[in-house]
Design a protein around this ligand. Structure first.
Ligand code: NAD
Length: 262
């Protein structure tokens, strides 16, 4: 029984997190071998075990994407272990603090930019160097609707995700001659769970004219801003990534697909 990604090798970053793991599991179910990159520890080990249940080769790589030299070393190791990298899901990220721009903690702004922008660049660059040599590659970066319209109280995150959209567009042009397509996804409100709760709570605490100071009301305000009147489920993301990695999107590059309920 053949699967669409049999024989493919995918590198997923942020692979121990919600979106990374769900997507790694989906791509594994479609036959791809998976290299899971995340900070390490039991969370990464658990993710590797879950992905391996699909019957594909799955290996974990502890790596901090903010360290360019370490990223290059890990990408080289993945290539040595698996023979190549066909697909990259460049997804590690951090949401940052919630505060109006004039009160936003300066160190946190740097941290968000270093993880979300420099980290994504390091991974994209190291993997692209390999893909250019093979004249084949498909890359999906995780942006956010916060990188399409800046939400209140999220200066670091919004700036970082706008940067990801720009990086996606430029990389798509630079890499098009090498048969490498580069696209992005932009999830909006995803829930339930930790990210949703954190967001609702911190928007309430940030105290702005845009949201109530009561987290329950903030949750309603956010949902009411969505045409489909609900948050997205994590399971609604992996199929979109699979579409952008696979041949159904063969004439698409440099796009940023919203996954946002309208
Ligand atoms: P998550 O926190 O569950 O996963 C993020 C993963 O990235 C974690 O496992 C974390 O360990 C890893 N990571 C963080 N810093 C790292 C570093 N320096 N090096 C290596 N790994 C690192 O969150 P998620 O919701 O799965 O987020 C995945 C991506 O989706 C992020 O880029 C996030 O910004 C984006 N996103 C999420 C939502 C949402 O509502 N969940 C919405 C829009 C965009």
């Amino acid at each position: 029984d053949t699967k669409r990604f049999d024989g493919k090798v995918t590198l997923v970053t942020g692979a121990a997190g919600n979106i990374g793991l769900a997507t790694a599991e989906r791509l594994a179910a479609s036959g791809s071998a998976i290299a899971l990159l995340d900070l390490g520890g039991a969370k990464l080990d658990d993710a590797v075990a879950k992905v391996a249940r699909a019957g594909v080769t799955a290996r974990g790589y502890a790596c901090d994407v903010t360290d360019a030299a370490q990223v290059q070393e890990i990408v080289d190791r993945v290539v040595a272990d698996f023979g190549r990298i066909d697909f990259l899901f460049n997804n590690a990220g951090y949401q940052g603090a919630f505060a109006p721009v004039h009160a936003y903690p300066t160190e946190d702004f740097s941290r968000v930019m270093t993880i979300n922008v420099c980290g994504a660049f390091h991974v994209l660059q190291a993997v692209a160097r390999h893909m250019v040599g093979r004249n084949f590659g498909r890359i999906v970066n995780t942006a956010s609707m916060a990188g399409v319209g800046g939400p209140p109280n999220m200066a670091g995150y919004a700036a970082s995700k706008f940067a990801i959209v720009g990086l996606t567009q430029t990389a798509s042009k630079d890499l098009a001659p090498y048969n490498i397509r580069v696209n992005a996804i932009s999830p909006a409100f995803m829930g339930p769970g930790f990210m949703w709760d954190r967001q609702v709570e911190l928007q309430a605490k940030a105290g702005s004219q845009y949201f109530s100071s009561d987290p329950k009301v903030v949750a309603e305000q956010m949902i009411n801003s969505v045409p489909m009147r609900r948050y997205g489920d994590i399971t609604e993301i992996p199929g979109v990534v699979e579409f952008l990695l696979g041949d159904d999107s063969s004439y698409m590059t440099g796009v940023n697909l919203p996954i946002a309920g309208g």
